[in-house]
Write a protein that binds this ligand. Sequence first.
Ligand SMILES: [Zn+2]
Length: 237
Amino acid sequence: MFRAPGLALLLAVLLGVVGSCGVVAEEPRTVVALTFDDGLESQLAAVDLLREHGLRATFYVSSGLLGRDGRMTAGQVRDLAEAGHEIGGHTLTHARLPTLSLRAQRREICDDRRALTGLGLAVPTLAYPYGAFDRSTAGLASECGYTGARGSGAGASGDPFNLPTAPAVVRTTSLATLQGHVRRSGLVTLVFHEVCASCGEYSVDPGVLAAFLGWLAVQPGVEVRPLGEAMRGKEAG
Ligand SMILES: [Zn+2]
């Protein structure tokens, strides 16, 4: 004879379901990396929303621009890391890398990373400003100590220095579009800039972001991880 509670428990284990909250223990179908570029002060609104939903993101900052008008200070960036978010490099001055000499590119990438690690931050990945890079740029990113980098396109399978990235979120990007990206499998990297209502082409409305994060946080088979951590998970798997 079956003992129903025992059978239910067995099924729960087989399905990889822990408890009643729908947390799936097996490898997720989709890993979402939420990335915020340029160290913009308006992104602090997103930090509150992320905390509310227990989500962690990656913030790509240009060390040479910290503290400028509309940008976060070094202290605010350190606070993000202390709150569990990941910090990534975005070059010293937000340079369009392939237009520079190798020497200048190295300075932009390596000196930026050195400045950020000097603040006590782990800086595992780079986001190429404007998504612009070529082979030598990617080689320099590795030389400067990065384990991966994000452009702004579909990426190249198996190339950690050309990670797949969904089209940047703009003012007109709808909640349905954001949800559509997450319905794909594998690594889904989303790129945000300003977080404010209609404050520029590259912005997301805090209301849309709040609705999206609330939805994202409870999707079965979907895990949200900072990008560097998502990469390490992939290597381990
Ligand atoms: Zn940027």
